[in-house]
Design a protein around this ligand. Structure first.
Ligand SMILES: Cc1ncc(COP(=O)(O)O)c(C=O)c1O
Length: 447
């Protein structure tokens, strides 16, 4: 047997229950049995039965330290007692009244209390819906059609949001340009066609896989204002992960509209557009029909989601969970980078509470480990590294660490130092195994 095949065989042997479920799932879900693109993995990802804090367990009784963390939504960890209690109470009282209720008002007040730019609030079921509505509001407000956005930024899978070149993209009214290039933004905006500039908080892709230049971001409010364009900041990942005021409070910028999701729902599905009252006046029934935007959606502000969101936002207010998650992430990067350095592996962990693993040439040693060791976006996003990252992901799973298969680790306040120590050991063992089986790739090893 080839050394590389041994891992798959061992993994399959340790996951018989997951294998059975995967065999059933492939008959239903065309994406090799998966219900989300990031859950596709050869041979299959584990099927989970329950989760608590930083841990989750699969149908075969295997335990994992979880670094998916609800795709970034669970900064408090799994099944936080305050959220469980709130949701259980609400469940018994009713999940959908089809009427207005106090919980939606309370959640809006909590959001406004943390994010001062939120003059008005509108709720949706997910982050993408919030982005779609922010685009529509901007179009109606400006009377223009064009959406300007940046490469590598992720905003959802809808026609206008998906990556350039993807099947189904609606390209006619979308311009996609490189980030961090102010001249290019200025050139586009000065055409006077852009209704909206949409950009991702925290840098491109899950809180900064591709870092963003802060001077560039700080120039956007004036530039968009000058050119009559609405600036929408997508804080679906970063609000309120980076700070109680969102990433905008860390950087010191105020967008016209902010979109929120993930953490705001405390683990239940939510989206929100918040921002300028004059733009959101489009929802007012007294607004003339040609400028009015209708806001429907069966699940908007449903009591169950609001109950979880309130419990979560109350905990976010003092910044303590964010601080804790950041501290754990800092520790993980520090210890994990030692493992890479000791082995002479061309790779570094970087970024903030969502830690990214860069694999590729080290062009410099960053003094600040929130940044990758290169500024070259093509190297950061190098598709040739995906099979290597997937291989590492499987090695980690086999050692009880559940991360995304793109070298992406979502930290939470529930992770402990012991969790990180265990993870770093698993990372070291996985990398050693990959060197031994020759799946890491020669160019990633020095000397
Ligand atoms: C920055 C960003 N915006 C929007 C979305 C879409 O949010 P949702 O999946 O809740 O629709 C995501 C999802 O990961 C995201 O990372």
């Amino acid at each position: 047997m080839l050394a590389g095949e041994q891992l798959v065989e061992e993994y399959v042997r340790a996951h018989p229950g997951s294998q059975k479920l995967h065999d059933r799932a492939v008959k239903h879900f065309a994406a090799n049995g998966a219900t989300h693109v990031v859950r596709i993995l050869e041979p299959f990802r584990p099927y989970i039965t329950h989760a608590k804090g930083s841990r989750k367990w699969d149908v075969d009784g295997n335990e994992y330290i979880d670094y998916i963390m609800g795709h970034g939504a669970l900064i408090l960890g799994h099944s936080h007692p305050a959220i469980v209690e709130a949701v259980q109470k609400q469940m018994a009282k009713g999940v959908h009244f089809g009427e207005s209720h106090e919980l939606e008002v309370e959640l809006a007040e909590l959001i406004k209390g943390m994010m001062p730019m939120a003059e008005r609030v509108a709720f949706f079921s997910c982050g993408q819906e919030a982005n779609m509505m922010a685009i529509r509001l901007s179009r109606v407000f400006t009377g223009r059609r064009k959406l300007l956005r940046f490469e590598e930024n992720f905003h959802g899978w809808a026609d206008e949001l998906i990556h350039e070149g993807s099947a189904g993209i609606l390209a006619d009214e979308v311009s996609i340009i490189p980030s961090n290039d102010l001249h290019r933004v200025e050139a586009e905006l000065s055409k006077g066609e852009s209704a909206v500039l949409l950009s991702e908080g925290g840098g491109a892709f899950m809180n900064g896989r591709v870092p963003i230049d802060l001077d560039f971001v700080r120039a956007l409010p004036d530039l968009t204002k000058k050119n009559g364009t609405i600036w929408v900041l997508d804080e679906v990942v970063t609000g309120f992960r980076d700070a109680p005021g969102g990433w905008q409070s860390v950087v010191g910028v105020t967008p016209d509209l902010t979109t929120l999701g993930k953490c705001v729902g405390g683990g239940l599905p939510i989206g929100a557009v918040v921002g300028r009252a004059d733009i959101m006046e489009a929802f007012n029934p007294t607004t003339p029909p040609e400028r009015r935007v209708v806001h429907s959606g069966t699940w908007n502000a449903n009591p169950l989601v609001c109950s979880a969101g309130i419990a979560a936002c109350k905990l976010y207010q003092d910044g303590e969970p964010q601080r804790k998650a950041r501290e754990r992430a800092d520790y993980f990067r520090k210890e994990g980078n030692e493992v890479l350095k000791e082995r002479g592996i061309n790779g570094r962990l970087y970024s903030r509470t969502i830690v990214h693993l860069y694999l590729g040439p080290l062009e410099f040693e960053p003094s600040d480990d929130t940044l990758p060791p290169t500024k070259d976006i093509e190297k950061i996003m190098n598709p040739k590294m995906l099979p290597i990252q997937s291989r590492l992901c499987l090695h980690l799973l086999q050692r009880g660490i559940a991360a995304f298969d793109r070298g992406l680790f979502v930290l939470s306040a529930a992770h402990t130092r012991e969790d990180i120590d265990q993870t770093v050991q698993a990372l070291a063992d996985s990398l050693d195994a990959m060197v031994a089986e020759d799946t890491l790739g020669k160019e990633l090893i020095n000397g």
